[in-house]
Design a protein around this ligand. Structure first.
Ligand code: HEC
Length: 143
């Protein structure tokens, strides 16, 4: 009976999926995220609209500064600042709540681009332990 066989397969698949999840917690190499977003076309306008008023060369809050003429190369060099930006935007703490609203789409785009282009540094095998990663925010959606 084909149907019985198919049903018997379900738990087996579940086990495989579960094992996959367990092992995925410490993958030998994180699968690279990809993005179709373009720095110039998609990212610069988001930064200009939402961030640059407080983070520019004249007023660099918290030493975070987005230059007038942003380039992708420049962003890759300032990896830490950009990764922090993704973190803050994800948490919802940037831009500050009293300062306009940043659309969810723009948040998602900015985070997507940063995570794809500026991933966290790979764990060094056997070397010094990497700095602890900040736990994800405990709230689920909403503010
Ligand atoms: C209204 C002004 C304002 C805007 C707009 C703004 N920021 Fe900030 N930002 C601040 C201030 C003030 C701080 C430092 C105090 C703090 O951490 O709350 C800060 C801190 C930061 C930090 C450092 C946080 C840390 O603890 O390391 C990052 C990264 C950052 N902002 C990114 C952004 C990004 C990305 C945007 C746009 C999506 C943005 N900010 C928009 C005012 C602003």
């Amino acid at each position: 009976m084909l149907v019985m066989k198919a049903i018997a397969l379900v738990p087996a698949l579940a086990v495989v999926a579960l094992a996959g999840m367990v092992f995925a917690q410490d993958p030998p190499k994180e699968p690279a995220k990809t993005t179709k977003l373009d720095f110039k076309k998609d990212i610069i306008p988001i930064i200009k609209a939402n961030c640059i008023s407080c983070h520019n060369k004249d007023k660099a809050e918290h030493n975070v500064m987005f230059p007038d003429k942003m380039t992708e190369e420049d962003a890759l060099k300032n990896a830490r600042m950009w990764r922090n930006s993704a973190r803050e935007v994800k948490k919802g703490s940037m831009p500050p709540k009293n300062n306009g609203t940043m659309g969810d789409k723009d948040r998602a785009k900015l985070v997507e681009w940063i995570e794809a282009k500026i991933p966290r540094p790979a764990r060094r095998p056997g070397g010094t332990t990497p700095p602890p990663t900040t736990p994800p925010p405990t709230t689920t959606g909403g503010n």
